[in-house]
Design a binder for this molecule. Structure first.
Ligand SMILES: Cc1cc2nc3c(=O)[nH]c(=O)nc-3n(C[C@H](O)[C@H](O)[C@H](O)COP(=O)(O)OP(=O)(O)OC[C@H]3O[C@@H](n4cnc5c(N)ncnc54)[C@H](O)[C@@H]3O)c2cc1C
Length: 371
């Protein structure tokens, strides 16, 4: 084994959650972060980020607004048939590509932690410490491991996590386009079997990202045909996809997206972000939750006895559950409602009569400003 392969904390996954933990913990501990893909890179994501984490990002030296992120404070939602409701967003957010945001965080994290582009394949807890192996056949040891490997990873399979045994019907498609669109709006347009988010990012492109099921996709041969036949039954999406100029050669896709419950600590690994639980994308809150959970876990490490594993695990499990569980469950109920056309119609009718209802539901899937 080479020298210098023993760390206080090893983080698996360099998305938003993992990079935040590397920035905060790297200032005090010897931290290694393993990320399988080189930066910068595009990710399948709606790229609307709740303002609840903006002051916190700015406090650690990351300022998306100064980098051109679009300030967003209006929300529009339409039914399959194109009935539209507009409302102000209670807290608002900003639009920035993952290409840019992850890269900003990566550059900051590299100031404090060691970051290597390697894929973790094995992680084993034995004799009060971890042994980690990568695809590149390198070996590391660490006192603690943080699982920041996102919604679905080979590491989940290695650990035999419960959710990975079950098939998930969800897939998602995303690309950037040139098309006129208001800077301060995030739109959610429903179609049969899913919904599509539209919002702008720092370079004036419009991000179109949709979630749907294999069942809906089965009847068509290509993404282009799906967009033409299924999404375009909604007049807002028809107008967008007919006129928008794609900026990617091909849209990016991901599959097997699972919204099952997970645990914040498993096999003594501290899970953050989607590895601890994925909120339904329509809530537009997953990125803020990944950043927030990375911060909360880092503070547990900084404020407690580093050598007391039991206390650290108990405290993180408690604070994670208090902060995120309700939001995850509300998101699940809202998604169930939006995917049933008759319930969506009833919801739209009530929302027209009671305009405060929609902002209240949005607030329930979000948290307060993180400081
Ligand atoms: C369709 C869709 C749309 C969404 N839209 C929005 C939105 O508009 N707003 C919002 O706030 N949230 C949105 N989300 C949720 C958001 O994308 C996630 O919640 C967020 O990215 C979670 O961050 P994370 O750090 O937990 O994971 P990720 O950002 O996914 O990072 C995980 C990292 O781990 C790495 N990794 C995985 N396995 C390994 C391994 N074995 N070794 C090394 N590295 C590994 C991956 O390469 C990746 O970089 C959306 C989600 C979906 C599915």
């Amino acid at each position: 084994m080479q020298q210098n392969t023993t760390f206080d904390i090893l983080i698996i996954g360099g998305g938003l959650g993992g990079l935040i933990a590397a920035i905060v913990l790297g200032k005090k501990y010897k931290v290694l972060l393993l990320e399988k893909d080189a930066y910068p890179r595009h990710r399948v994501c709606g790229e609307y980020i709740s303002n609840e984490v903006l002051p916190y990002l700015q406090s650690i030296g990351i300022d998306p607004i100064a980098q051109g992120a679009k300030k967003i404070d209006r929300f529009e939602i339409s039914t399959h048939q194109g009935k539209l409701i507009k409302t102000a967003l209670p807290l608002g957010g900003f639009g920035m590509s993952r290409y840019e945001l992850d890269n900003l965080l990566y550059k900051k994290a590299a100031e404090f932690a060691e970051i290597v582009i390697e894929t973790c394949t094995q992680v084993d807890f034995k004799d009060n410490s971890f042994a980690i192996t990568t695809k590149e056949n390198l070996h590391y040891k660490a006192t603690y491991v943080i699982g920041a490997f996102g919604k679905r990873s080979n590491v989940d399979k290695y650990l035999h996590r419960n959710f990975i045994q079950k098939k998930s019907p969800w897939l998602a498609v995303k690309a950037h386009y040139e098309h006129p669109f208001e800077d301060d709006v995030v739109a959610l347009h429903n179609f049969k079997g899913g919904y599509c988010g539209l919002s702008k990012i720092e370079n004036n492109a419009v991000n179109a990202c949709y979630l749907t099921t294999y069942h809906s996709f089965k009847k068509v041969k290509s993404i282009a045909e799906f967009q033409q036949k299924v999404l375009s039954a909604n007049p807002f999406l028809a107008k967008f996809f007919q006129n928008a100029n794609p900026l990617f050669e091909e849209p990016l896709t991901i599959s097997q997206i699972s919204f099952e419950d997970k645990q914040p600590v498993e096999n003594h690994i501290f899970m953050i972000g989607d590895a601890a639980g994925l909120i339904h994308p329509l809530c537009g809150n997953g990125m803020a939750m990944a950043i927030h959970s990375g911060k909360l876990l880092s503070e547990i490490f900084l404020q407690n006895d580093f050598n007391n594993r039991t206390i650290l695990e108990e405290k993180y499990t408690k604070i994670w559950s208090e902060t995120f569980l309700k939001r995850l469950h509300t998101g699940r109920r809202v998604q169930g409602l939006l995917l049933q056309p008759s319930l969506t119609k009833a919801f739209f009718n009530i929302s027209k009569m009671v305009p405060s209802l929609l902002p209240k539901i949005i607030a329930k899937t979000h948290g307060d400003i993180v400081i």
